[in-house]
Design a protein around this ligand. Structure first.
Ligand SMILES: Cc1cc2nc3c(=O)[nH]c(=O)nc-3n(C[C@H](O)[C@H](O)[C@H](O)COP(=O)(O)OP(=O)(O)OC[C@H]3O[C@@H](n4cnc5c(N)ncnc54)[C@H](O)[C@@H]3O)c2cc1C
Length: 162
């Protein structure tokens, strides 16, 4: 949906900010050499998946978007052939059915709200890892797993040796 990033830093993105420039990974390079073009399509969104007579996916309808407003540009619709569709939409917070089931309070980013003690708004319910801190790293998941075990032990026993 976003425009193609510039090859070099712009004046609004000088060092030491993270460089918001075009990056091409080896997988993309391989696709370019195999198929002759960049597999990435910018300023475009999928509007519909198409199916064949057997109900199998056979294409995806797309439309180009106006830069900045993300409004569809009429007349730019096209259908790309597809045998398989993988949706990689990123981390969108905790799953609602789960947090509803526990009745825990959420943050604005729909992660589970806790204090430093990993306690949620619901007594005896603790949260740790991505569901608490948002999309993160394995090292954080391990560290929070250990820390929450300690917090649970302390809550149950009144002390902890962990
Ligand atoms: C594509 C991708 C690539 C990544 N690459 C890296 C990387 O290179 N390096 C890195 O450090 N991190 C990476 N991460 C992030 C890392 O995987 C996460 O930060 C980490 O796994 C979070 O651990 P977690 O235990 O908090 O959550 P999760 O690993 O998500 O574990 C949650 C578990 O809860 C289970 N669950 C959910 N609902 C229920 C339910 N109702 N009942 C029972 N079980 C349930 C799930 O099945 C899952 O097993 C990547 C993440 C993704 C998605």
């Amino acid at each position: 949906m976003m425009p193609k990033p510039p090859v070099c830093r712009t004046d609004h993105n000088s060092w030491p900010e993270w460089p918001r420039v075009l990056k091409t990974d080896y997988g993309q390079e391989e696709a370019m050499s195999q198929f002759g073009c960049d597999p990435r399509i910018y300023q475009t969104t999928a509007t519909e998946f198409c199916k064949d007579k057997d109900g199998q996916v056979c294409g995806v309808k797309t439309v180009q978007l106006e830069a900045g407003t993300f409004k569809p540009i009429p007349g730019t619709e096209q259908v790309l052939k597809a045998d398989l569709v993988l949706i990689a939409a990123g981390f969108l917070g905790s799953q609602k059915y789960l947090t509803d089931a526990f009745g825990v309070k959420l943050t604005k980013r729909t992660t589970i709200e806790t204090g430093d003690d990993y306690k949620t708004s619901k007594e005896h319910v603790f949260a740790a890892g991505d569901v608490r801190r948002g999309q993160s790293l394995v090292v954080w998941a391990i560290a929070e797993g250990r820390a929450v075990a300690k917090a649970v032990d302390e809550s149950l026993m009144g002390y902890t040796n962990l």
